[in-house]
Ligand binder design. Structure first.
Ligand SMILES: O=C(O)[C@H]1O[C@H](OP(=O)(O)OP(=O)(O)OC[C@H]2O[C@@H](n3ccc(=O)[nH]c3=O)[C@H](O)[C@@H]2O)[C@H](O)[C@@H](O)[C@H]1O
Length: 435
């Protein structure tokens, strides 16, 4: 019988020098492992390995994850129930769980639902991706209008289960997400956490709920990625995302499809096109440009290939809200019960855009006019960080199915935004802050 010899350790690299080196390394290895201090280091290494395994487990199994419990109790349940109540005079009203309710689109949609008499419960984790004080101010506005906003994360499966225990939501309007195209290069994990893991945790809750709610959620125009066919139609290919953000939204469309297919969940995905307006997101260009222009700071305007201007199908928030409400109203019922599909349920995707793209320099000149201040512009080449050169929505499908009809042009919408901005941040009309 053949014994194991040194050269068996290096079957493809024979040679005496290597064999001697191996012996030496082995001796060093055993000496090293045997010493007490090194044993201590090994013990630390094993502990670290176990800890990282456990944290990986908790990443893949949301039930193992621990979230601070700032919810629960009789009073909390009462607030949730009251907020979800449909006004008596409202015919065929709905009770809606709005995720991301302290966000830009979420706060507007919540207010619009409440205004027409539907029941609304908000959910938001108040993260600090942008100034959380703006989210708190939106929350106060919702509170004043009788909407309770639960503070919690969509990854918290126990909280979600509790919410569905307390209220049999007829609809979920899922607007919580890690937004922003360029930030995905800085913090990729947050996109996976919210847009993938959080989405799945929420869908798991919806699928198990009795009755199952109808699910309407925010996808994004960014799924069109490098698509060059204009205008962008829902049937166009969306397999060339230009950013991780876009990839997570596209994944969301496919993940929701599986829940529709397997569990009979009614799903409507809305591809929003660069939504802007009062109470907007400070990370977006129209908002940060306004801030910088008023503070006399320069703004950076990106340009595409051959110095071509970038363009967006900027869509005003009020139009988007109408599209969201139209989607909820036409969503159709989920068919599953007890986690089992009982028949086919609707699966729909709609573009919610404005159908008239405007270039970024034109956006800047409209702002300059409304603010009565000249911008200090630095034109730079698009830095290849996830941006696409243009977006342009074909909205015929949303028009025919949802009655969606955007009616605000960029000039009018930005006027409303600037009015809000000046008042919210305490500016006089000469551009000086009163704070
Ligand atoms: O439709 C969407 O699905 C997405 O819309 C939005 O993304 P975008 O269309 O990229 O909006 P936004 O950042 O306002 O940049 C607008 C333009 O200004 C240019 N831009 C931007 C910043 C800057 O400093 N300079 C600049 O020229 C920039 O190159 C771009 O051409 C949402 O943020 C995103 O969450 C998602 O919802």
């Amino acid at each position: 019988m053949r014994s194991i010899e040194d050269h068996d350790l290096f079957p493809s690299t024979p040679g005496k020098v290597k064999i001697e080196r191996t012996n030496m390394l082995n001796r060093q290895f055993y000496r090293c492992f045997a010493s007490t201090s090194t044993m201590f280091v090994w013990a630390l290494f094993l502990i670290a390995l176990t800890a990282s395994y456990l944290s990986f487990q908790s990443f893949v199994d949301p039930k193992n994850r621990h979230y601070p419990i700032s919810w629960g109790g009789l009073n909390w349940e009462k607030q949730v129930r009251t907020s979800a109540q449909i006004r008596e005079s409202r015919q065929r009203g709905m009770s809606v769980l709005v995720t991301g309710a302290a966000g830009f689109v979420g706060s507007h949609v919540s207010l619009a639902l409440k205004k027409r008499g539907d029941g609304v419960v908000g959910l938001d984790n108040f993260n600090d991706y942008y100034d959380p004080s703006l989210k708190r101010a939106r929350k106060s506005l919702l509170n004043e209008n009788g909407i309770f906003v639960v503070e919690g994360d969509i990854n918290d499966a126990r909280l979600l289960a509790k919410l569905f225990d307390v209220v049999a939501f007829s609809h979920v309007m899922h607007l919580a997400a890690q937004a922003g195209v360029r930030y995905a290069m800085k913090n990729p994990g947050s996109y996976i956490h919210s847009n993938i893991a959080g989405l799945v945790t929420l869908l798991e809750t919806c699928k198990a709920a009795v009755p199952q709610p109808s699910f309407v959620w925010a996808s994004s125009s960014s799924v069109y990625g490098l698509n060059e066919k204009v205008p962008f139609s829902e049937s166009d290919q969306t397999d060339q995302p230009a950013s991780l953000y876009a990839a997570t939204k596209k994944s969301g469309e496919e993940i929701t499809h599986t829940y529709n297919h397997i569990y009979g969940l009614s799903v409507t995905g809305l591809r929003f096109f660069t939504v802007y307006g009062p109470w907007g997101r400070p990370d977006m260009a129209y908002f940060s440009f306004t801030r910088n222009i008023l503070q006399g700071k320069p703004i950076t305007v990106y340009r595409g290939k051959n110095r071509a201007d970038l363009a967006r199908d900027f869509t005003f928030i009020d139009d988007i809200v109408k599209g969201c409400l139209g989607s909820l109203d036409t969503s159709g019922k989920s068919t599953g019960t007890g986690g089992k599909k009982r028949g086919p349920a609707p699966y729909r995707i709609f573009n919610l855009g404005n159908t008239s793209p405007v270039t970024v320099p034109t956006l800047v000149s409209i702002l300059e006019r409304h603010l009565k201040v000249k911008a200090k512009k630095n034109f730079v080449d698009m830095p290849g960080n996830g941006d696409v050169p243009f977006t342009h929505a074909n909205i015929s499908l949303a028009r025919s199915e949802l009655g969606y009809k955007p009616s605000t042009d960029l000039q009018t919408g930005l006027k409303k935004f600037v009015k809000w901005y000046l008042s919210y941040y305490g500016y006089h009309h000469n551009g000086k802050s009163v704070n």
